[in-house]
Design a protein around this ligand. Structure first.
Ligand code: SAM
Length: 296
């Protein structure tokens, strides 16, 4: 059992499935989109209804994740990520084409996801910003009883993680493509998550970029509302000023309580991540933070 599932109190509400449109239909939406000709505006959803296409397909033949899944119908705002055009390797592209319809979810912000259906009833932990996904795959392998909804905008990483999941027989990973804030706000039901992981989020070290940092009061309040009572929030960073900001912001959120007087000792269950390794090579000190969602 995952530390998050462990931490969920016995009287916590069951993972909710309060969605109008199920994740299965969201996943089949991706699949149906795959069948649409490149550049087509509309396509027919799995249930036969016409569904508007948000964002253009990643690949010219219309397969894989969408390039900008939320399209322009969500307000432009300060983003915590830098849109990057990174090269997708042939094996990543192959994984994206084959596995996206089954395990991928475009964050279009159009409907709530039925996590119960999407994860076959497993408790679900959201990981925001998995990078290339090696640590995500290791945690999923160590804990097959927990579903990991792994969210990032980085296409090569999405392909890499899908490939890792397939090669290692991991059926408890789903990959969400797009902005985690839209996912939390529009697509996840209140109280539906058994945990939240944010490992080495972009530190945005320049002062004028601090507003781009993910861990801000508004984000933490939104995330707290999507967690079940007892759910764990686990953050880690190698950027000292950001660690202090995380501690301050998480401590100020009334729905959360710190499991430690200040920073947490590094838990055994968190593997070394790629960005953590790079930080350690530069002599940075790593801080973990472990908070728990209070009972309502
Ligand atoms: C510095 S990397 C860390 C990757 C990985 N956790 C590690 O430790 O190696 C941060 C990642 O967060 C992603 N990210 C940042 N803001 C995001 C958001 N709002 N939604 C989804 N992913 C986001 C970036 O694309 C990037 O891949």
């Amino acid at each position: 059992m995952s530390p998050e599932a462990d931490a969920v109190t016995a009287d916590a509400p069951a993972v909710q499935a309060a969605s109008a449109a199920s994740a299965a239909s969201a996943a089949s939406t991706a699949s149906a989109a795959s069948a649409a000709p490149a550049g087509s505006g509309d396509f027919v959803g799995a249930d036969g209804s016409p569904t508007p296409r948000r964002g253009s397909p990643m690949f010219p033949d219309g397969t894989g994740p969408a390039a900008d899944p939320a399209g322009s119908h969500h307000e432009r705002r300060i983003r915590s990520f830098q849109p990057r055009r990174s090269r997708v390797s042939p094996s990543q592209a192959d994984a994206l084409r084959r596995l996206w319809p089954k395990w991928g979810l475009d964050i279009d912000g159009l409907a709530r996801i039925d996590l119960d259906t999407f994860f076959d009833g497993l408790p679900v932990v959201l990981e925001i910003g998995f990078g290339m996904g090696e640590a995500t795959a290791q945690m999923a392998a160590a804990d097959p009883g927990t579903g990991i909804l792994a969210c990032d905008v980085h296409t090569p990483g999405q392909g890499n993680l899908l490939g890792l999941a397939e090669r290692n027989g991991l059926s408890n990973i789903r990959v969400a493509n797009g902005d985690a804030i839209i996912l939390l706000r529009e697509m996840l039901a209140p109280g539906s998550l058994a945990g939240l992981r944010v490992y080495f989020p972009d530190p945005w070290p320049k002062k004028r970029h601090h507003k781009r940092r993910l861990i801000q009061p508004e984000f933490v309040s939104l995330a707290g509302s999507r967690l079940a009572p007892g759910a764990l929030v686990h953050c880690a960073t190698d950027w000292e000023p950001y660690a202090e900001q995380m501690l301050e912001v998480l401590s100020a959120e009334p729905t959360l309580e710190n499991l430690y007087p200040s920073f947490a000792p590094r838990p055994d269950f968190r593997p070394l991540t790629k960005f953590e390794g790079q930080g350690l090579d530069k002599g940075h000190v790593v801080h973990d933070l472990l908070f728990r969602r209070r009972a309502a």
